[in-house]
Design a protein around this ligand. Structure first.
Ligand SMILES: NC(=O)c1ccc[n+]([C@@H]2O[C@H](COP(=O)([O-])OP(=O)(O)OC[C@H]3O[C@@H](n4cnc5c(N)ncnc54)[C@H](OP(=O)(O)O)[C@@H]3O)[C@@H](O)[C@H]2O)c1
Length: 179
């Protein structure tokens, strides 16, 4: 079974995934009258499970509307003691280094994973554990906030697969890790 870790994330033109206080309103500011999922629905069919940092999990729990993920969510946290009861059939808690976390998830039979979050994505990249990046760039200069990328111990070469433009505004590029 081929293991694959995919990042699917939206960033501002200046490289932020959230405002200084976690603001995400700018992500949905572009009118989307036909509710184009911009690759999200397709990704949900492709993956076996999600791996998400605690901050992102708590953010998603605070969203209005239905739970957005049809696949199981593994939440990474050292501080969270348990998943709130409401989400226990949807999410479970894991901690440890990235390789250990992946091994546990693979042993449960999940191989194609959507890796989500800020620090979480950075930690996986630092260990060269991401095979695919799908990055949507929103035309806004946020000026400051939570960065998508951080420094890495070595450069990681990627190859461009495709770029699509959604709503004539959002540029989504897919990259594969060159191995
Ligand atoms: N623009 C977008 O598309 C997009 C996508 C996702 C998220 N976001 C936003 O970006 C921000 C991301 O926040 P963030 O940088 O704090 O990142 P995060 O990855 O969501 O959460 C970081 C937390 O995850 C836990 N964690 C990560 N790796 C771990 C490991 N190996 N073992 C145990 N725990 C681990 C730690 O939780 P503990 O502190 O509990 O130990 C850490 O503080 C949020 O505001 C979110 O809403 C935006």
């Amino acid at each position: 079974m081929k293991h694959k870790n995919i990042v699917f994330i939206a960033k501002s033109l200046d490289g932020f995934i959230a405002g200084v206080n976690g603001e995400l309103d700018w992500l949905n500011a572009i009118p989307n009258p036909e509710n184009n999922s911009m690759g999200f629905d397709h990704l949900m069919k492709e993956i076996d499970a999600l791996v998400m940092g605690r901050t992102t999990f708590e953010t998603v729990c605070g969203f209005d509307g239905e739970w957005p993920y049809p696949k199981h969510v593994f939440v990474l946290s050292h501080s969270l003691k348990e998943i709130p009861e409401k989400y226990r059939d949807k999410a479970s808690l894991l901690k440890g280094n990235e390789q250990e976390v992946l091994q546990t998830i693979h042993e449960k039979g999940f191989y194609t994973l959507y890796i989500d979050g800020g620090k979480t994505v950075q930690n996986f990249l630092r260990k060269d554990l991401i095979q695919e990046l799908r990055i949507s760039t929103i035309p806004i200069l946020l000026g400051n906030g939570i960065k998508l990328f951080d420094t890495l111990p070595k450069s990681l070469e990627l190859t461009h697969v495709k770029t699509e433009v959604f709503l004539n505004q959002i540029v989504q590029s897919h990259y594969l890790r060159k191995k």
